[in-house]
Write a protein that binds this ligand. Structure first.
Ligand code: FAD
Ligand code: DHB
Length: 395
């Protein structure tokens, strides 16, 4: 069977779903092909921090109703080190901006519901997706659904299929230059049935390693601790996780880490990765298919949304006027933000993680940097304006 559409989108993560939603609002047709099931993408535990610009976009485009009701709106974070807690007041430092804590899979649920209510097409469990004719007259995507081979013919393809997807590897060899950096640590993350122990997020620097206190609701805590990249989860019974978290957080005497049943555990590796350019002929890469950031800056999801905003504007210009001027500059426009976000994510990561070498010079340097960030308004403001999200690139 052959289907036609204007924009074929591979992947129903935040990038693919938001792109499809924005295109719908501007009258452009799209079809999303997703390898996983709807249940899977709507329950996958991932990121949780939405920048101010992401919050505003979700609300302005009519998919922010549940976020408005259930999201937890934060005006700052805490940095904990050397036995003390220091608050970075985003609202005061950025002229009123903040972040929202709202799980990525809730954003995905809201976007899936909006697309399906508007009769948008999402093909779940699309297998063996293959891209063809990227530099020909029409791009083609073949896939199998329920054992039947199908073809999607489109003007353009948006590769929103994450780091391990099929889009980036479909680009001919030699077109893309990859920039990559690995880190010698990972995060062990848990979701726990425990009341959050603080109103805001706590990023803790400790000589046993980094720890992060986050949350998902007034009843659910999300906690992370620095571990080895090849950490074996079976060596971490619940008891050991709580003991380690207690050690890394409980520097302040009047503070208590609430415990409760652990609902989910995982180890997430860390890398920085950028593919340049983010376009080849009719294929545009967006989100994790084009770049990965280490999670310390809470930027992965937000960067994916920033990409598709630019891409949707490019398609809008094309379908309204026939001009590819903005589409031609898509990669260049996105990469300016991507590299600034890479810089920030790398900086937060190297500021807060314990280095494996245990180099005393490195430790003193980190403590001096933390002292500077929490005592200089200029330094705190730099952290704050990056964390709440840099303004959109002009174009
Ligand atoms: P994705 O959300 O990965 O979506 C891509 C979609 O494409 C998926 O639904 C996938 O099933 C689909 N797909 C893949 N291959 C194919 C194919 N061949 N055909 C069809 N569909 C395909 N960021 C943070 O800021 N904080 C965190 O704590 C955090 N934790 C994370 C934990 C994990 C395990 C991972 C993987 C990422 C985490 N991230 C985190 C990063 C953040 O979640 C991502 O940056 C964000 O999901 C990017 O959105 P995306 O739409 O580009 O990609
Ligand atoms: C969360 C994840 C992050 O990577 C981060 O920097 C802050 C919070 C979270 O999952 O809540």
């Amino acid at each position: 069977m052959k289907i036609r559409t204007q924009v074929g989108i591979i992947g129903a993560g935040p990038a693919g779903l938001m792109l499809s939603h924005l295109l719908y609002l501007q009258g452009v047709e799209s079809v999303i092909l997703e390898a996983a099931s709807r249940e899977h993408i709507e329950s996958r535990i991932r990121a949780g921090v939405l920048e101010q610009g992401t919050v505003d976009l979700l609300m302005e485009t009519g998919v922010g109703e549940r976020l408005r009701r259930e999201g937890m709106f934060h005006e700052g974070i805490e940095l904990r080190f050397g036995g003390q807690t220091h608050r970075i007041d985003f609202c005061e430092l950025t002229g009123g901006k903040g972040v929202a804590i709202y799980a990525q899979h809730e954003v995905v649920k809201d976007l899936v519901a909006a697309r399906l209510t508007a009769n948008g097409q999402i093909v779940f469990e699309a297998a063996n997706v293959q891209l063809r004719g990227l530099d020909g007259a029409r791009a083609e995507i073949s896939f199998e659904k329920d054992g039947l081979l199908q073809e999607l013919s489109c003007d353009f393809i948006a590769g929103c299929d994450g780091f391990h997807g099929v889009s980036r590897p479909s680009i001919p060899e030699g077109v893309i230059t990859s920039y990559e950096q690995a880190y010698p640590f990972a995060w062990l993350g848990i979701l726990a049935q425990a009341r959050p122990s603080s109103v805001e997020l706590i990023y803790a620097y400790h000589d046993r390693g980094f720890a992060l206190h986050s949350m998902r609701s007034p009843q659910i805590s999300r906690l992370y601790l620095q571990c080895a990249p090849d950490e074996d989860l079976s060596a971490w019974p619940d008891e050991r996780i709580w003991t380690e978290l207690q050690r890394r957080f409980t520097l302040a005497a009047d503070w208590n880490l609430n415990e409760g049943p652990i609902l989910q555990k995982s180890v997430t590796g860390m890398r920085s990765f950028v593919a340049e350019p983010m376009q080849f002929a009719k294929l545009f890469l967006a989100g994790d298919s084009a770049h990965i950031v280490p999670p310390t800056g809470a930027k992965g999801l937000n960067l994916a949304i920033a990409d598709v905003r630019v891409l949707a504007d490019g398609f809008k210009q094309f379908y309204e006027s026939g001009s590819t001027e903005l589409l031609n500059r898509y990669s260049e426009i996105c990469l300016r933000r991507v590299w600034k976000v890479q810089r920030f994510s790398w900086w937060m990561t190297s500021l807060l993680h314990r280095h494996v070498s245990n180099n005393p010079f490195e430790e003193r340097r980190q403590l001096a940097e933390l002292d500077y960030v929490t005592s200089s308004r200029a330094a705190a403001q730099t952290l704050a304006e990056n964390y709440v999200g840099l303004p959109r690139e002009p174009y």
